[in-house]
Design a protein around this ligand. Structure first.
Ligand code: URA
Length: 210
């Protein structure tokens, strides 16, 4: 994957995203749509996984069948909204290892502070896919990727549902080696840091909180 930003324009993704953006969409539908889109984004982000072959016997004859090469990939959910993307991707890649990064914003310094960090071993040998539905300012995404690199990750991709140009620019500056895959590049951020037109607070919409 060489492009820094990939927008998945597949009609199914775009249709489901429009349903998710609609404020009348229920929590249950929002969750289900997120699960479905996450699998389509995962399909795109894993397009160039390394392959090898394994000798197998079909009922007809022996063949060298293509299989994935290397260590199981690592999915890293950036809490809490990342969990909505994680569930769907895990259905598609059930053998993946899973990690979690929890960050909150210090109200005085406005800097992200880590409160939870648990990731699979041997990150350096795995493709690492960090998931967070909303790439807004990019502050927490950049901080999460910093932590993953510190833990050894070398081959990282970032999956989100919506991206703001501000967040993409911040990620490109801090982590030019981390490709971003998203369903949409929206117009920008409002004064409160929400993506416009966006879909509101992704965590609240998927968990039914306010
Ligand atoms: N996080 C969200 O959940 N929504 C936004 O619009 C921005 C950040």
């Amino acid at each position: 994957m060489t492009d820094h930003l990939t927008i998945v324009t597949h009609p199914l993704v775009q249709h489901k995203l429009s349903l998710m953006r609609d404020k009348e969409t229920s929590t249950a539908s929002f969750r289900q749509l997120l699960r479905e889109i996450s699998q389509l984004l995962a399909y795109e982000i894993t397009r160039e996984l390394d392959m090898t072959t394994r000798r197998i016997e079909t009922p007809m004859e022996a063949m060298d069948a293509p299989i994935l090469e290397g260590k199981k990939l690592a999915l890293i959910s950036i809490l809490r909204a990342g969990n909505g993307l994680l569930d769907g991707v895990l259905e598609l890649i059930p053998a993946a290892r899973v990690g979690f990064v929890g960050l909150y914003r210090d109200e005085e310094t406005l800097e992200p502070v880590q409160y939870y960090f648990k990731v699979p071993e041997s990150l350096e040998d795995r493709l690492v896919i960090a998931v967070d539905p909303m790439l807004a300012t990019g502050n927490s995404s950049v901080a999460a990727i910093d932590l993953l690199k510190k833990a050894g990750a070398k081959n990282i991709r970032f999956m989100c549902l919506l991206a703001a140009p501000e967040g993409v620019a911040r990620m490109k500056e801090a982590h030019p080696d981390v490709p971003i895959v998203t369903a949409s590049l929206d117009r920008g951020l409002n004064e409160k840091g929400y993506i416009m037109p966006g879909l509101g607070d992704a965590g609240d919409r998927m968990f039914g909180t306010k």
